[in-house]
Design a binder for this molecule. Structure first.
Ligand SMILES: Cc1cc2nc3c(=O)[nH]c(=O)nc-3n(C[C@H](O)[C@H](O)[C@H](O)COP(=O)(O)O)c2cc1C
Length: 415
């Protein structure tokens, strides 16, 4: 294990110059040349339960595999002779210019995968100037997220319907008070489902160590050291409602009691009234849902199947993206996630109609492989690869990438 890298928290310098990657990035590239390598290192270095918590999906992981296979199958046709040098990757979204169209998707309890993960993710996103979407059930509070990622943080919301959405609306108001750049409502968890590898690993809610997990953790000195430093993951957002001093067990029960059920479009419309900034609905697969989102005033629709963590039988998100983009037809921004593992995948999604791409597991693999330095290197890899992909295709920017001939045989058109 590379203890030097694992134990040094913080983030790296993005390979931000037009001239190409920084020397520091090139050096790290020797050990972790792709996100695929980060996954492999994470698998070897993390305790088994921590790896499974981040990497596993629902059922037999077939939904995860389908997302990957469908992205891999998208082919882009190059044309040479026009461009010079490395194309820029900056994009504008909701009035903010980001360094690249790659963001960190919301992830609840990433602290199981790597202690203090929320903070590392937020800091890396802020440093690289890419979106960081805080989960409702993160270890870090909205106010802490605003400190770590003041320019780039968004809040994701699950459904808290009790007392006329008292908690849900308050979370949105807290996000507005500290300057969140967008509010993301997750539609695709209408019921709770079972993630097979989490169950087999013994992961429960609230999180508690079983003897088997302790044995696994002892085999990973870096994880143990980080755990001793930062402690067990908690829920950062709910002290105000459940009481600041309640136990993790009580907090977990409180959250389960308050949350759940399927968002209706009326619910979304009520959030539209409460939240004045950009509103995104996440988990859109059907073009008619995209249409509905636009009609209730959402500025963004996020094509997502929760990275294959909720149900195995959905189409791959890349296959429904063109249909959703066509339905939206420029009236809202189209965001995309699920299965993204490279800058090439980002370009594929942008070419098929996305305005912003997000990834979840890729960043957890970064943490698992490199500790606190991992999210920064993951962002660097994405940006370096997307710049190389644009250059290889012979296009000058993402706009031109949308005009390259594309073979996408598995596209899912809802007639
Ligand atoms: C460990 C983990 C926790 C997640 N928690 C949330 C969450 O709290 N809210 C949410 O909307 N999505 C959640 N997601 C889904 C991600 O936001 C995103 O849709 C998904 O990870 C994208 O697929 P990818 O992992 O293949 O990139 C979670 C994903 C992972 C891997």
């Amino acid at each position: 294990m590379n203890e030097k890298v694992m134990s040094a928290p913080g983030v790296q310098t993005a390979p931000a110059t037009q001239a190409g990657p920084s020397a520091e990035f090139r050096e790290t590239l020797r050990s972790y040349p792709t996100i695929y390598h980060l996954r492999e290192c994470a698998r070897r270095r993390l305790p088994g339960f921590a790896y499974d918590a981040g990497d596993g999906g629902v059922g037999a992981d077939k939904g995860i595999q389908r997302n990957w296979n469908a992205l891999d199958a998208v082919e882009l046709m190059p044309k040479y002779g026009v461009t010079k040098g490395l194309p820029p990757t900056g994009v504008e979204l909701f009035g903010h210019r980001y360094a690249a169209p790659i963001g960190i998707a919301p992830m609840g309890s990433p602290g199981i995968v790597w202690p203090h993960a929320d903070e590392f993710l937020a800091q890396a996103a802020q440093k690289a100037n890419v979106p960081y979407n805080l989960s409702t059930v993160s270890g870090m509070s909205i106010e802490e997220a605003a400190k770590h990622a003041p320019d780039v943080f968004w809040l994701q919301l699950y459904r808290f319907p009790r007392n006329e959405f008292a908690i849900g609306f308050d979370l949105a108001r807290r996000a507005a008070a500290v300057g969140a750049k967008a509010l993301v409502i997750t539609l695709d968890v209408p019921v709770r489902t079972t993630r097979t590898r989490e169950v087999l690993a013994g992961i429960s809610s609230p999180f508690r160590f079983t003897p088997k997990m302790i044995m696994q953790a002892l085999g990973s000195p870096s994880y143990c050291a980080s755990f001793l430093k930062y402690g067990i993951p908690r829920f950062g957002n709910f002290g105000k409602y459940a009481g600041e001093n309640v136990s993790l067990n009580e907090m977990s029960k409180f959250i389960q009691g308050e949350s759940g059920g399927a968002f209706t479009w009326e619910d979304v419309a009520r959030y539209r009234d409460v939240w004045k900034g950009p509103l995104i609905v996440k988990g859109i697969m059907h073009p008619e849902d995209a249409e509905k989102a636009v009609s209730v005033g959402c500025e963004g629709v996020q094509v997502s199947n929760h990275g294959g963590r909720q149900i195995e039988g959905l189409p791959a998100t890349i296959d429904v993206l063109p249909g959703v983009a066509a339905a939206v037809n420029g009236r809202a921004k189209v965001l995309f996630d699920s299965g993204v593992r490279s800058g090439l995948d980002v370009v594929r999604a942008m070419a098929l109609g996305a305005d912003m791409v997000l990834a979840g597991k890729a960043f957890l693999w970064g943490l698992g492989a490199m500790g606190g330095d991992g999210p920064g290197h993951t962002i660097d890899l994405f940006i370096d690869e997307m710049r190389a992909t644009l250059g290889q295709l012979g296009v000058r920017n993402f706009e031109e990438a949308r005009r390259v001939p594309i073979r996408h045989n598995t596209a899912f058109r809802v007639s």
